[in-house]
Design a protein around this ligand. Structure first.
Ligand SMILES: Cc1cc2nc3c(=O)[nH]c(=O)nc-3n(C[C@H](O)[C@H](O)[C@H](O)COP(=O)(O)OP(=O)(O)OC[C@H]3O[C@@H](n4cnc5c(N)ncnc54)[C@H](O)[C@@H]3O)c2cc1C
Length: 464
């Protein structure tokens, strides 16, 4: 049998890898030992944004990024393309962790981050199909509508106004997305739809042009103070940054830091204008509904509908394998949900199905930080909200490393340490039971129209 060229194998990772311009041939691996100022493990958005802002802040810094596959191989190349102001911890939770002012500052910083991604991609000539059309969350049952009201009420109590988030009537929501069974919704303008791999690969090109060393096909075996060890050499550096998100558990000492939970996606072929006339999404707002087991979608620049959701199983021992990216039962469930939302798509064959791991911390609160005494830094635990948050992480790590006294280094997620996950098999039982209950609660709510207590209890137990 003839082995597939490696660049062709990377093309098959997702719709986005399949349609990203340029060559997916890996760059050179680390050729041997190296001394730099900053060494970064992982060339997803976190690693690349960190390298980018460091190179802007101090062009004299020597920066090396070591990537096991190619830049944008992980979630950064495969996601739903919501560059949004969503942060995995709610305002209420952040206020409990610190105070109301800090919670508000975090959410305001996220809003500004969406625009920062738009600014930099425009300035650097990264054509990531940017369309800042906001997000519409559809309410499709009385209990979903109740959650919409609660979400808006919480935002108001922290000083966020109509311009940030507003409740929609059924007609207003349907004007955004012509879905079935809509009884209302919520709209926020703070989100842009993007082509994720165009952003990841474009960023990699930009950091290379700025003099950052990017070593691909270079797995990091371990990292510690002053060194990052790979199979082909050791990178010695004053600062060493972990940017490996869902793949973190394989690193020594990090087994219980983040749980890799899979999110899967499907996509239609480019759809005719008559179909879009029924679906809407004019201006490319991203969309979801307010069920417990998250779903998300976007109208792509080339007229497809890309749609995803959680529900794939968590694997014992935090295992991450290519075969877990594709689960036929989850693709079928997504297909069913999409047709339920938009019956006009009932007979449309999907062209792509893919997935990838997101990193879930035990308390569902992302964090970024730097230990000054050891020089070790990290950012991650974005759950499914990393597209914009990684940019804030990159700027924050750059400021912490260069010692810049900036507002963003005082945000409540900076230096936050999430508790470690339980040992197995408790972690497996807890995460999978949680996924099952969320899915069951959605079915119950659809049947009874009443909010599910079980989903709230499990959410609290899991810390979400
Ligand atoms: C299907 C899916 C849909 C999503 N949708 C959205 C969305 O719409 N909006 C949103 O905000 N977020 C979304 N997310 C989450 C978002 O994509 C991630 O939070 C974000 O991309 C994380 O970026 P990262 O750079 O931290 O991690 P990754 O992109 O996963 O990058 C980590 C990199 O590290 C490399 N690596 C791992 N281990 C090693 C090692 N030992 N040595 C060297 N390199 C290593 C990997 O190969 C990878 O390239 C989604 C995720 C998935 C999977």
């Amino acid at each position: 049998m003839v082995a597939m060229p490696v660049a062709d194998a990377y093309r098959k990772l997702s719709l986005w890898h399949d349609t990203v311009p340029g060559n997916l041939e890996p760059g050179d691996p680390l050729p041997g030992d190296l001394d730099v100022d900053v060494a970064i493990a992982g060339a997803g958005y976190t690693g690349l944004w960190t390298a980018y802002y460091l190179s802007v802040a101090d062009p004299g810094l020597a920066i090396a990024v070591c990537e096991r596959d190619i830049a944008g191989f992980g979630a950064s190349g495969r996601n739903g393309g919501w560059c949004s102001a969503l942060f995995p911890a709610s305002l209420g939770k952040l206020a409990r962790m610190s105070d109301a002012g800090a919670a508000t500052a975090m959410y305001r910083a996220m809003q500004a981050t969406v625009d920062e991604v738009g600014r930099v991609t425009a300035a650097e000539g990264i054509d990531c199909h940017w369309a800042k059309g906001g997000t519409v969350q559809l309410a499709r049952s009385p209990s979903q509508l109740e959650r919409a009201r609660q979400e808006v009420a919480e935002a108001r109590s922290f000083g966020f106004g109509e311009e940030d988030l507003r409740l929609l009537s059924a007609d207003e929501a349907r004007a955004f997305a012509g879905a079935c069974g809509v009884v209302g919704g919520v709209y926020t303008p703070h989100c842009a739809a993007i082509h994720p791999a165009r952003l990841a690969r474009g960023l990699a090109d930009v950091v290379l042009r700025r003099g950052v060393s990017l070593f691909e096909r270079t797995p990091v075996l371990s990292l510690g103070p002053g060194r990052l060890v790979t199979g082909t050499g050791t990178v010695r550096a004053r600062y060493v940054i972990r940017a490996t998100e869902g793949y973190t558990p394989v690193l020594p000492g990090e087994h219980r830091t983040l749980a890799p939970v899979y999110s899967l996606m499907i996509a239609t072929p480019p759809l005719p204008e008559e179909t879009w006339a029924q679906i809407g999404l004019t201006g490319r707002p991203t969309f979801s509904d307010l069920r417990h087991l998250i779903i998300y979608g976007q109208r792509t620049a080339d007229g497809r509908l890309a749609f995803g959701g959680r529900g794939a199983p968590y694997h014992l021992g935090s295992a991450v394998r290519p075969s877990y990216d594709r689960v036929p039962a989850v693709f079928a469930a997504l297909r069913h949900t999409l047709a339920d939302l938009f019956p006009v798509l009932g007979d449309v064959e999907m062209t792509n199905g893919w997935g990838g791991p997101i990193g879930v911390p035990r308390d569902w609160c992302a964090s970024a930080g730097l230990d000054r005494s050891t020089g070790l830094g990290w950012a991650g635990g974005y759950v499914g909200d990393g597209v914009a948050t990684t940019n804030l992480a990159g700027r924050t790590l750059a400021d912490l490393i260069t010692g810049a006294d900036s507002e963003i280094t005082r945000l409540p997620w900076v230096g936050h340490h999430s508790p470690r996950w339980e040992p197995e098999p408790l972690r497996w039982l807890g995460v999978n039971a949680g996924l099952q209950v969320m899915s069951w609660a959605d079915r119950q709510e659809a049947r009874t129209g009443r909010p599910s207590r079980a989903a709230q209890v499990v959410g609290r137990l899991l810390g979400s």
